[in-house]
Design a protein around this ligand. Structure first.
Ligand SMILES: Cc1cc2nc3c(=O)[nH]c(=O)nc-3n(C[C@H](O)[C@H](O)[C@H](O)COP(=O)(O)OP(=O)(O)OC[C@H]3O[C@@H](n4cnc5c(N)ncnc54)[C@H](O)[C@@H]3O)c2cc1C
Length: 473
């Protein structure tokens, strides 16, 4: 149902990501031109690429690392996400148990270690990204979701997570929404942060350690060049084409058209959308409680995620996950009026006491969905190139782990990480078009229908479940 005031609330929302629309955004670094050499070329300056460059240089300060980004570091998913930095490396514990039953305990341990290492890096380099270890509160908004929460809590406890189940009154005492029927609070395994400030802070730390960074520099092709690889680049409008001869390359290009043909069958770019409100007044803050400032998520297939910012705005995102025929990626797809109207309407259904609050920003961004919902890894060109992709909407934390894996893969020696089934196995591929679009759209329709029918999954979803195939954001 579209409430009448959603139009008013959205009327002045700027069509740009809130996080990137602030004066603290750093000036762009010059594009690359001419011929260069490097020990390690990192393609992509989102979290995955930035962590790769930083960790490589920390491990070996003499390693000559060059990073290029087609835009500016953090302009894409890394600078426009919800800022939920989760310990999970597998897009949630249940997905990890399902797909990696033999090593999920180890993956959970590594994920926790990864989250702690992110917090330690933020402290070490004095990265001002408003990191708050408030955890996440999953809420049931339909009666059938209560059983799901209880099952999730039991599973989480089996793996040693300190979670608390909240009944209707307890969850509403935490956050005052008339839609909440129960909740599960995991106070320990999710941090909230300012996503763009994290990306900019990692960029600064990498630069300070001597990483060379060129922005507005797109790699257009890769080829063998003796015992090395040669990347050709196209710069911004006033930069001449360039080239980098690198001993090793890491691809960290997320959902963008991959430079390695084989990645096309494993990845689909999916658009996810978010709204940001103006800052809440003290009275509005009082009206919703939310004193522990947890990240919130409801538990349908089409779920919302929402959180407070440092200056007490509310980011409200999720619900729709939109795929465009032929893996299309374009700035034009970052705006979607129907989704913004739906999100605004769901926001006021969740918090009717905030009637009159306006949204200051509306935006979308692209995520790299794969059929197993968590990253996969590999090498090419006789081990000279490594990649990590497929983070599927939960990459704020997991990209650091992905960076460690790509560096281990390039080392050419077996390590505890490269031995993991998570690292050695690949997701099932998506079919080519037009079957790809038909399958994804049928899945989206079925998921929405399941949400409307007390979670009951139709034959199509049950078949996908049996095959270990899926579509998620
Ligand atoms: C709206 C939204 C909300 C999200 N919310 C969350 C959340 O709350 N928690 C969470 O864990 N995850 C979330 N995610 C997902 C998370 O943001 C991503 O998983 C993560 O940022 C991926 O980082 P990345 O470095 O792989 O990709 P990106 O940040 O997309 O970086 C890839 C970079 O590669 C560059 N590139 C691509 N091709 C080339 C080329 N040929 N040459 C040079 N450069 C190239 C691009 O310019 C880009 O900067 C969200 C995503 C979106 C869009």
């Amino acid at each position: 149902m579209t409430l009448p005031h959603t139009g008013r609330a959205l009327a002045d929302a700027a069509p740009v990501p809130y996080w990137l629309d602030r004066p603290v955004r750093p000036d762009p670094l010059p594009p690359l031109s001419g011929s260069h050499t490097a020990d390690l070329l990192v393609v992509g300056g989102g979290y995955a690429g930035l962590w790769t460059a930083l960790l490589a240089t920390e491990a070996d300060p003499d390693r000559d690392v060059l990073l290029v980004d087609a835009g500016t570091c953090g302009w894409a998913a890394s600078g426009r996400n919800g800022g939920f930095c989760a310990a999970s490396l597998t897009h949630g514990l249940a997905n990890g148990v399902e797909r990696f039953p033999g090593e999920i305990g180890e993956l959970e341990r590594l994920g926790r270690e990864n989250l702690d290492a992110i917090a330690a890096t933020v402290a070490k380099y004095d990265i001002d990204c408003d990191l708050e270890r408030t955890g996440e509160l999953a809420v049931a908004v339909e009666p059938y979701q209560l059983d799901g929460l209880a099952a999730d809590a039991e599973l989480a406890r089996r793996y040693g997570h300190d979670v608390r189940l909240l009944d209707r009154d307890e969850v509403r005492a935490e956050v005052a929404s008339p839609t909440y029927l129960g909740g599960m609070w995991d106070a320990d395994r999710v941090a909230l942060l300012d996503p763009a400030k994290l990306a900019w802070g990692l960029r600064r730390a990498a630069l300070d350690l001597g990483v060379r960074v060129h922005e507005h520099t797109r790699v257009t092709g890769l080829a063998r060049d003796g015992t090395a690889l040669r990347a050709t680049t196209a710069g911004g409008t006033d930069a001449a084409p360039g080239a980098v001869r690198a001993r090793q390359v890491v691809l960290a290009t997320n959902a963008f058209p991959p430079l390695l043909r084989r990645l096309r069958s494993w990845l689909v770019p999916v658009y996810d959308y978010a709204l940001m409100t103006e800052p809440l007044t003290a009275a509005q803050r009082d009206a919703i409680g939310w004193r522990h400032r947890q990240g919130l998520a409801d538990t349908g297939n089409q779920f919302h995620y929402y959180r407070l910012t440092a200056d007490n705005r509310i980011l409200f995102g999720g619900y729709d996950a939109i795929y465009h025929y032929g893996n299309r990626v374009s700035p034009a797809l970052e705006q979607r009026a129907a989704t913004f109207t739906a999100l605004a309407s769901h926001f006021f259904a969740t918090f009717p006491q905030l009637d009159g609050l306006r949204f200051s920003h509306r935006w979308g961004g692209v995520i790299d969905t794969c059929t197993r919902f968590c990253a996969f890894f590999g090498t090419a060109y006789e081990g000279r190139l490594a990649y990590a992709a497929g983070f599927t909407g939960l990459g704020v934390g997991a990209t650091r782990f992905g960076a460690r894996v790509t560096l281990d893969l390039l080392s050419g020696t077996e390590t505890p990480l490269t031995r993991l089934d998570l690292v050695r196995s690949k997701p099932l591929p998506f079919p080519p078009e037009p079957a790809r679009s038909v399958g994804i759209n049928l899945t989206r329709w079925s998921l929405a229908r399941a949400d409307a029918r007390d979670g009951r999954r139709n034959l199509w979803l049950r078949t996908l479940d049996r095959l270990g195939l899926g579509f998620d954001s």
